[in-house]
Design a protein. Structure first.
Length: 146
């Protein structure tokens, strides 16, 4: 009789051990999944914030030309950002439109408002320098290699 009770306790201990093991592995798996999900979302948020800053940087010389008025002449050197890959930049209908890509989404667009709606320009290479002039209220951009 004593041997059967001892054998039963060993089986119960093994069952309890495996139940605790499965429970803690499940908790660990959920914690890892939550951390991974948080990391992906924070990376995407950082990318959108960077694109917003890049778009504001591309809009700045046009806004300066509008604010300074006639006779403005300035050069603009775009920024290089390792977190965001800029594919193309367009100036249309009062907005600078950034076409960018990330690992999760190959095609993304972000638009940022300009102070004027009368300016249109397509950048051939988003990393080329631009010369901005304001002649009698007409803003002209010419692209040149940096």
């Amino acid at each position: 009789m004593g041997y059967e009770v001892c054998k039963h306790r060993k089986g119960q201990a093994a069952v309890e051990f495996y139940s605790y093991l499965v429970f803690f592995l499940l908790v660990f798996a959920v914690a890892v999944w939550m951390y991974y999900d948080y990391t992906i979302k924070s990376t995407e948020q950082k990318q959108y914030e960077m694109v917003e800053q890049v778009a504001a940087y591309y809009a700045m010389p046009i806004d300066l030309a509008v604010r300074f008025g006639d006779g403005y002449n300035g050069n603009f050197k775009p920024v290089r950002n390792p977190l965001v890959k800029i594919n193309s930049v367009y100036y249309r209908s009062g907005f600078v439109i950034i076409n960018w890509s990330s690992a999760e989404n190959p095609v993304n667009y972000y638009s940022y408002p300009l102070l004027t709606e009368d300016f249109s320009f397509n950048m051939v290479d988003p990393l080329d320098c631009i010369n901005i002039t304001n002649n009698n209220g007409v803003i002209v951009a010419t692209e040149y290699g940096c």
